[in-house]
Design a protein around this ligand. Structure first.
Ligand code: C2E
Ligand code: CA
Ligand code: CA
Length: 692
């Protein structure tokens, strides 16, 4: 603003300036003579005040756009300027539109003297409506931002690139690490822990160099515990400032941690799960290789755990697993790992082992802690386990090899009678490889017609005549050659393939029995072996029934041989199937008597008709006194229960003579015939009939 004492500038308005004013319609330019009558009115004035040039020209300033209330003031100020040279200062002022509405303008004025020495005032008015709008918009934005910051849980601050906080907002002040008025003007280095400050610095550098936004996480010790935060920072390059938004992600972090735990830890026992345990194994392997140390891997499998689950329920099973896990953990040193591989399988990783003996000591210790019974729901339970041990680097130097080898050794421990441990040896690997090969070849063997039944005749001791035969399975495979049933039957059992193979055996055996009976006009019997796994097949009884019908065989001429293993699991489906088999009138035979638990209660519980004394006892007679007594007693006992007795594995005349003495009913064995193909049995029984 100019000083009132300074002489007013005297300009001469000319046409070229009018032309300029005519061209700008964003500002209103009005010219007035000494009587305040309009002498110039540009289009900008028409736009702002509503009067056309024609309407305005000649009109007085105060009649056109000056509101009533300031009319006198304006007239006076104008005359003061002309007469006394007191300049009208530029100012914000509210004038009037033709339609009577207010017009907010910023008004500047100049005074010219024309060629006739007459004074002319020019007013230049800028519409303030847009500016006002922009101002209120800015104010609104500011309020809105405040409301948003209040509403969202994030906190926000603005920093110089050197980390000086220049603005800080947060919705909820209660849980803030920093209080706004204490941090503004300070550098983050003065307000936050060092390691977080350096995280900020690294990321500030990043964001300055490549713009955009970066996100990072950090944790802070808060009064109510550790909290986790996520910071997003972006660089406002126009202002050289860093905008930061901080979000408390503690809740997400905790739930992510729960998920992480679920992924790495077994929920029942809280032990590392298979994934984590194997990951640790890999890690330990790298470390022990570096430190030139040995590592022991224990593969642990609870013995007969399935039985506990089946008989006492899963609740008890779970409790045992939890307690077993605790006992295992107790024994181990820091740095060792015990994990649950799944089911009743655990893994133990021991580092810093000097030799096998170290592992052996720990294995013994583990077995010993399990001698103490588990107390569960007021019941004392004894639980044992079998351990397979593999040592690195001798038995492998990658996690999967070591685990597999420890697993193989565990199987060995099981077959040694459980409740023991076994170290992996290369020979075991050969056995396992063979097992895998056999299993592989067994798939499709039925379709390829690789199975054949052999028959071993059975004889009546007193009359010496053939009364029937036992069907025994043979398998010849292209690449493996002949595989004995002792090898392939257990594998068929474990894989479940025995179900389909067993059906084939039943059908084949009865088909041949039909031929054999017709051929010799004799009611021979046929004994067929059934494995425990076959009883789980719901079709078993109907397959037997149908085969009997198809081949027109009397049920009593079919003999089903089962071992105690079938009965021991105590499953109800086995019980039901045996009842049905008995109801059909099929003969039931107890195989391998004397080798298992030989519980007499089974003989009483189920309707057995025949008892087969295991060949290991027959081999002992007549030399072994104990065997002789046992065989004699068994025969007497069986007879007293109404069972007839078969002696298996009779190889000599002496054995036969003694068995006759003991009143044994039936015999089978190499002394009479090995198991033979059906044609051979037909020949054998034909010729035998002629000369017994
Ligand atoms: P098992 O039921 O105890 O069968 C008797 C085994 O003793 C047969 O062996 C037979 O060949 C053999 N044997 C017979 N007489 C003598 C003898 O005088 N001396 C000697 N040393 N051995 C004799 P194989 O055929 O190798 O069968 C072994 C086992 O495989 C059978 O034992 C049986 O448990 C199982 N098995 C065979 N065929 C089948 C089948 O079709 N189904 C099922 N589930 N198991 C079968
Ligand atoms: Ca048998
Ligand atoms: Ca047997």
């Amino acid at each position: 603003m100019k000083s009132n004492n300074a002489p007013p500038p005297q300009y001469v308005i000319n046409d070229s300036l009018h032309q300029l004013f005519d061209a700008v319609d964003a500002v209103s330019v009005q010219g007035y003579d000494e009587n305040r009558q309009v002498i110039y009115w540009n289009f900008g004035s028409e736009l702002l005040y509503g009067y056309t040039q024609e309407e305005a020209t000649g009109q007085k300033l105060e009649d056109l756009i000056i509101p009533e209330s300031i009319r006198e003031l304006v007239v006076a100020a104008h005359s003061d300027w002309i007469t006394k040279g007191i300049e009208i200062p530029a100012s914000e002022i509210t004038l009037r539109h033709k339609n009577g509405s207010d017009v907010n303008v910023f008004s500047s004025h100049v005074l010219f003297t024309n060629q006739h020495n007459k004074k002319q005032m020019y007013c230049i008015d800028v519409n303030l409506a847009d500016v006002k709008h922009a101002q209120s918009q800015a104010l609104f934005n500011e309020h809105m931002l405040e409301a948003i910051i209040r509403a969202i849980p994030d906190l926000y601050f603005l920093m110089e690139v050197d980390g000086t906080i220049i603005d800080y907002h947060s919705g909820d002040h209660k849980n803030n690490y920093l209080v706004p008025n204490q941090v503004i003007g300070k550098r983050i280095a003065e307000t936050l822990p060092d390691e977080i400050v350096s995280k900020f610095q690294i990321n500030i550098d990043k964001v300055i160099n490549k713009e955009g936004m970066v996100t990072f996480e950090y944790e802070l010790n808060m009064p109510n515990g550790l909290a986790y935060f996520e910071a997003r920072i972006s660089y406002l390059s126009e202002y050289n400032q860093i905008m930061t938004i901080i979000r408390d992600i503690s809740e997400q972090y905790k739930s992510a941690e729960i998920i992480r735990n679920k992924a790495y830890f077994d929920t029942l026992t809280s032990l590392p799960n298979r994934f984590l345990a194997l990951d640790r194994l890999s890690q330990m392997l790298t470390e022990s290789e570096r430190d030139n140390e040995k590592l022991a891997i224990f593969f642990l499998d609870l013995d007969d755990f399935k039985k506990i689950n089946d008989s006492l329920g899963h609740g008890v099973g779970d409790k045992i697993l939890i307690k077993a896990a605790k006992r295992l953990k107790k024994i181990l040193r820091e740095g060792d790992t015990v994990g649950r591989l799944g089911g009743d399988e655990f893994i133990i990783l021991l580092r810093g082992i000097i030799n096998e003996h170290d592992a052996l000591v720990i294995a013994e210790k583990l077995l010993k802690t399990f001698r103490e019974p588990f107390l569960i729901d007021g019941r004392e339970l004894i639980l044992t386990f079998s351990v397979g041990i593999a040592i690195s680097p001798e038995n492998g130097n990658c996690a999967s090899d070591l685990l597999r080898n420890a697993d193989i050794a565990m199987y060995e421990a099981k077959s040694l009678g459980r409740n023991t441990y076994s170290f992996f040896t290369k020979e075991m690997n050969t056995v396992m490889l063979r097992r895998f090969e056999v299993e592989e070849q067994m798939h499709g063997a039925l379709e390829r017609n690789e199975f054949e039944l052999y028959y071993q005749p059975q004889f009546d001791v007193k009359s010496g005549s053939i009364i029937g035969a036992e069907a025994l399975l043979r398998w010849h495979n292209e690449s493996l050659g002949n595989i004995t049933p002792d090898e392939f039957i257990p594998i068929a059992e474990q894989t479940g393939l025995i179900v389909s193979i067993g059906k084939y055996v039943i059908k084949q055996a009865l088909r041949f029995l039909n031929t054999w009976q017709k051929n010799n006009q004799t009611e021979y019997t046929m004994a067929v072996n059934l494995s425990p796994r076959q009883f789980r097949d719901l079709q078993l009884v109907s397959v037997i029934k149908k085969s009997l019908l198809d081949e027109n065989i009397k049920a009593s001429n079919l003999e089903i041989e089962i071992t105690e293993g079938v009965l021991m699991s105590g499953q109800s489906y086995i019980h039901d199937a045996l009842i049905e088999i008995n109801a059909l009138g099929i003969t039931l035979s107890m195989d391998d008597f004397g080798t298992g638990y030989s519980s007499l209660s089974y003989l009483r519980e189920y309707a057995f008709d025949v008892l087969k004394i295991d060949q290991s006892f027959i081999h002992g007679i007549p030399m072994n006194k104990a065997d002789c007594n046992l065989v004699k007693a068994t025969i007497a006992m069986a007879h007293s229960l109404g069972l007839s007795v078969v002696a298996e594995g009779v190889e000599t005349q002496e054995q036969l003579t003694l068995l006759d003495e003991f009143d044994c009913d039936l015999v089978q064995g190499y002394f009479f015939s090995k198991p033979v193909p059906e044609m051979q049995l037909l020949d054998f029984s034909n010729s035998y009939k002629l000369s017994p």
